[in-house]
Ligand binder design. Structure first.
Ligand SMILES: [Zn+2]
Length: 529
C-alpha cells in the first residue's frame, strides 16, 4: 500500500442524505413540513454528516421548513440547501436561487450544474465556456458567505463519456472557485460499477479535489456504483434512506453505510450508531408512509430469516454459512421460519423465541412436530403466521383452554339488483362462562361482517379486544388442479397499536378459512396479552 492510499484509508467517508429532496421526488412520497423536520431529527440522531433539506425558494413548505429547521438543535449533522448554478448571462449575486440560499440561514450549500456538453448545448442553450463561468461564479459567490459549498456535477458520467476534457474542466472550475467537494452524479442511473470506478479513478488522478458520488438506481446498480466510487477515492456518499427517489430511486444509504463500514472497512459512523440502522430505516419508512420491504438487505424482516431445515441447523452451528454479517451489527435479528422443510431445530429455536419450555411436558416436542406435519399436509403454512404457531405450541404444552366457545355463525351475502353493491351480514352465537351471546353485524363483504359480529359479541366479555384491528387479509388458492373444490389459505395480520401478529386458516370454504384465522387472532390477544 502506498502512503497516499494508506492516508486515504483513514479518511472518514462523509454521509450525505438527500431523502428530503430526492426522496421526496418518489412517485408515492410526499413529505409535509412536519415530516421533513422529524426526518431531519431522526437522521441527525442517527449520525448523518449532511442532510439536504431541499430548494430554499421552491415553495412555501420548504421556506418554512428551513426557517424552522434553523431553530432545531442539531447534534451532529449540518443542514444543506440546494440550488442551481446562476443562469446564463446573469450575475451570481443577482440570481434569486443563490440569494435565497443565503437568506435561508444554512451554513452549507450544494450547487448543481451541467457537465455534459450535449446538455449545455441542448438544454441550457449556452456555450461551454459560459457553463464553466456559471459553475465558477456560483460556487465562489456562495463560498464567500458559507462554511462549505459542494458542487453536484450533473450527468457527469455521461458527460465524461461524451467529452472527457470538458467534463474535467467543469470539475476544475468548481475546485478553483473553492468547492469543498465535487460530487460526480449518475443522474439517469444508467452506469455500471466498472464504468463508475474507472471514471472516478481517472478524475481523482487528474484533479486534486475531494470527490463524492451521487448515483440513481435505474440499472439497479446505485449501491454497487457508490461502493465502486468509494474504492476509487470518493470521500462523500450521497443517497436516500431506503433508496427512496424518482423512478427507481437513489443509492440506498441503509445498504451503502454498512457496505462502506463493514465490507470496505472505511469509517463512516460510530459502531454504536450502526446498530441503530434498522431503527432509522424503519422510522423514515414510517414517516414516508411506506411499508418497509421485507427483503431489504441488512434491515429487512427477511434479511436474516432462515427457512430450510438444513440451513437452520447449519446457521446454528456456524452463522457465517448463511449470514454475511452478524444481524445485530445493523440492529436486525435472526429469525427461524417454520416450514415443512424444517425439523426439530427450528421448533426448538421458535420455542426459545416464544419463551416456551418444551421440557415442561414429556413428548411435547414430538407432539408439536406431528401436529405440524399433519397441518402442513392440509395446506397450513406457519412462516407468515407466528401467532397461530405459538398457539399451536402452547396447546401442545397444555396451555389455557379456549376463552370462548362457538355455538354457530351464519353469513348472508345478497345482491338484489345488478347495479347495487352486494350486502353482507353475519350473525354469531358464542358462549363464555356459561353465558350465551347472540349478535349480528353488517360489513363490507362477508369476512368483514363476520369479524364485526364476532367482535361485537366478545367485546362485552373482553374489553381489551376493542383495540384490535384487522390490518391485512390475504387469500391464496391451493392446489388449483381441483378446480372449485380446491382449498384456500387465509392469512390475517392483526394489531392493537402496540404490536402486530399474524394468523392462518385453511379450508375448502373461504369463510371457514377466514373464521379460523380470525379466531386465532382473537385467542392470541386474549391468551398472550
Ligand atoms: Zn439525484
Amino acid at each position: 500500500m502506498t502512503r497516499t492510499t494508506a492516508l486515504r484509508k483513514r479518511e472518514k467517508i462523509q454521509l450525505y442524505d438527500t431523502t428530503l429532496r430526492d426522496g421526496d421526488q418518489s412517485e408515492y412520497i410526499h413529505f409535509s413540513k412536519e415530516d421533513k423536520l422529524r426526518i431531519l431529527e431522526v437522521l441527525d440522531e442517527f449520525g448523518m454528516d449532511y442532510v439536504e433539506g431541499g430548494w430554499t425558494a421552491a415553495n412555501p413548505r420548504d421556506s418554512a421548513f428551513f426557517r424552522e429547521a434553523g431553530r432545531l438543535r442539531l447534534r451532529h449533522c449540518r443542514l444543506v440547501a440546494f440550488a442551481l448554478t446562476r443562469r446564463a448571462g446573469r450575475k451570481a449575486s443577482e440570481d434569486p436561487g443563490l440569494r435565497s440560499i443565503l437568506r435561508s440561514g444554512v451554513g452549507v450549500a450544494t450547487v448543481v450544474g451541467k457537465t455534459w456538453d450535449m446538455q449545455v448545448r441542448d438544454a441550457l442553450r449556452s456555450s461551454l465556456a459560459e457553463n464553466l463561468r456559471m459553475i465558477h461564479d456560483s460556487v465562489s459567490y456562495l463560498k464567500k458567505h458559507l462554511d462549505e459549498v459542494f458542487f453536484d456535477a450533473e450527468h457527469f458520467f455521461d458527460g465524461f463519456l461524451s467529452n472527457p476534457e470538458f467534463a474535467v474542466r467543469c470539475v476544475e472550475a468548481a475546485r478553483d472557485a473553492g468547492a469543498d467537494c465535487v460530487i460526480l452524479c449518475d443522474t439517469n442511473g444508467g452506469m455500471i460499477p466498472s464504468q463508475v470506478g474507472r471514471t472516478v479513478g481517472e478524475v481523482a488522478a487528474r484533479v486534486r479535489v475531494p470527490l463524492g458520488i451521487h448515483a440513481h438506481n435505474d440499472s439497479d446498480m446505485a449501491v454497487a456504483n457508490t461502493i465502486a466510487a468509494v474504492e476509487q477515492g470518493a470521500v462523500q456518499v450521497q443517497g436516500t434512506m431506503n433508496g427512496y427517489g424518482e423512478r427507481c430511486g437513489n443509492a440506498n444509504l441503509a445498504s451503502v453505510i454498512p457496505n462502506v463500514q463493514i465490507k470496505l472497512g472505511r469509517h463512516c459512523l460510530p459502531a454504536r450508531k450502526l446498530v441503530r440502522l434498522r431503527e432509522c430505516s424503519r422510522l423514515v419508512a414510517e414517516l414516508a408512509n411506506q411499508s418497509p420491504s421485507r427483503h431489504q438487505p441488512y434491515v429487512g424482516d427477511s434479511a436474516f430469516a432462515h427457512k430450510g431445515g438444513i440451513h437452520v441447523s447449519a446457521v446454528l452451528r456456524d452463522p457465517r454459512t448463511y449470514e454475511h454479517v452478524p444481524p445485530e451489527s445493523v440492529g436486525n435479528h435472526r429469525r427461524f421460519l417454520v416450514s415443512d422443510l424444517s425439523g426439530k431445530a427450528t421448533v426448538e429455536e421458535k420455542a426459545r423465541e416464544f419463551r416456551l419450555d418444551l421440557t415442561k411436558k414429556e413428548g411435547a416436542l414430538q407432539e408439536i412436530l406431528d401436529t405440524l406435519k399433519g397441518m402442513e399436509i392440509q395446506g397450513y403454512r406457519y412462516e407468515g403466521a407466528d401467532a397461530s404457531f405459538e398457539l399451536l405450541m402452547r396447546k401442545a404444552l397444555g396451555g389455557k383452554k379456549k376463552s370462548f366457545k362457538l355455538l354457530g355463525f351464519r353469513v348472508l351475502d345478497e345482491k338484489r339488483q345488478e347495479q347495487e353493491p352486494p350486502y353482507s351480514e353475519a350473525t354469531v352465537m358464542i358462549e363464555t362462562d356459561g353465558r350465551v351471546e347472540h349478535t349480528a353485524a353488517e360489513g363490507e363483504g362477508p369476512v368483514n361482517a363476520l369479524d364485526n359480529a364476532l367482535r361485537k359479541a366478545l367485546e362485552k366479555f373482553f374489553p381489551q379486544l376493542k383495540t384490535v384491528r384487522l390490518l391485512d387479509y390475504k387469500v391464496r388458492v391451493l392446489s388449483a388442479g381441483e378446480g372449485t373444490s380446491s382449498r384456500v389459505r387465509v392469512l390475517i395480520e392483526s394489531g392493537d397499536g402496540a404490536r402486530k401478529w399474524s394468523t392462518v386458516g385453511v379450508s375448502h370454504n373461504i369463510i371457514e378459512a377466514s373464521w379460523q384465522a380470525l379466531l386465532d387472532a382473537i385467542e392470541y390477544k386474549l391468551q398472550i396479552p
